[in-house]
Ligand binder design. Structure first.
Ligand SMILES: *[C@@H]1O[C@H](CO)[C@@H](O)[C@H](O)[C@H]1NC(C)=O
Ligand SMILES: *[C@@H]1O[C@H](CO)[C@@H](O)[C@H](O)[C@H]1NC(C)=O
Ligand SMILES: *[C@@H]1O[C@H](CO)[C@@H](O)[C@H](O)[C@H]1NC(C)=O
Length: 256
């Protein structure tokens, strides 16, 4: 079940050795009414993930939960990567399947290193079209990551846009004001380097984020995504609770 409330975004750039994803399984079980939008990334792309026992077993465990959506990671080098190579990665993910023994099918594709200059709109349109033509029906979601606020036209070629990926210091200073309100429903946010010793701060910042109507968010005290940080389980608890208790602002439509 996909809930309409703000989801937890999870850039899961961790290889699933035994127990490595356990904090994620625990969080998903503890927050059954929260949707987790999870990016699966075997090796900066699909590589041969579909034949790796670690991946098959861990992704099948994720798939046993109904409150997850899984996205296969591809990178596009800010529209400099050849369309053929990008297509090939997407095609590979499209073969990730459910069988009698395992289930590693994906719900869509996460397109990292998305460009922000509007001259690249046709490139992004091509990727969306390819995903729609290649991924199995109803598993064709497109989540792009420019990492900064971008022109509204790019939102025509994505279901979700990760419009913010930066440190907490930047978010706290001006970052939270930069994503136009009318784009927030389709905007996701990833904040790293959250202060480690700031009790209460996580809850109040998360409350603000929920109230501002973002689609899905991730907050970590780490500088990257190679671990589950010390605030991970608290963050998920806060999202699960705050999405049921916080009034979300009414967001305007973008002017055409
Ligand atoms: C999930 O939502 C259902 C239906 O609204 C509710 O009964 C249940 O208590 C919720 N579970 C949790 C863990 O919040
Ligand atoms: C966030 O910004 C406020 C000012 O707007 C400042 O007082 C506070 O120290 C900042 N918090 C952190 C953790 O950087
Ligand atoms: C997030 O985006 C999806 C797809 O664009 C949409 O269906 C969903 O309602 C959005 N969620 C929120 C909380 O705005």
């Amino acid at each position: 079940m996909v809930n309409l409330a703000m989801a937890v975004a999870v850039p899961l750039y961790i290889w699933p050795t035994i127990n490595a994803w356990q904090p994620l399984y625990n969080a998903i079980s503890a927050a059954p009414n929260t949707t987790f939008n999870i990016i699966i990334n075997p090796d900066s792309g699909p590589s041969n993930g579909a034949s790796q026992p670690d991946i098959i077993s861990a992704v099948t465990t994720l798939r046993s939960h109904s409150n997850v959506q899984l996205f296969g990671y591809v990178h596009i080098e800010y529209a400099k990567r050849s369309a053929d190579s990008v297509h090939k990665d997407i095609k590979t993910y499209s073969t990730w399947k459910k069988t009698s023994k395992s289930d590693i099918h994906l719900d869509g594709i996460f397109v990292d290193e998305a460009p922000w200059e509007t001259k690249y709109l046709p490139y992004m349109k091509d990727i969306q079209t390819y995903i729609h033509n290649t991924m199995p029906k109803s598993h064709q979601k497109v989540w792009t990551n420019p990492g900064i606020p971008i022109d509204a036209k790019f939102y025509d070629y994505a279901d979700y846009v990760n419009a913010y990926e930066n440190s907490y210091a930047d978010w706290n200073a001006t970052g939270h004001n930069k994503i136009p309100e009318c784009l927030r429903q389709k905007s996701t946010v990833m904040i790293h380097d959250f202060p480690k010793n700031a009790p209460g701060k996580l809850n109040s910042d998360t409350k603000n984020i929920v109230a501002n109507g973002y689609n899905a968010t991730f907050i970590t005290t780490s500088s990257g995504y190679e671990d589950f940080s010390a605030i991970w389980s608290q963050y998920v608890k806060d999202v699960a609770k705050l999405t049921t208790t916080t009034k979300v602002k009414t967001l305007p439509n973008c002017k055409k």
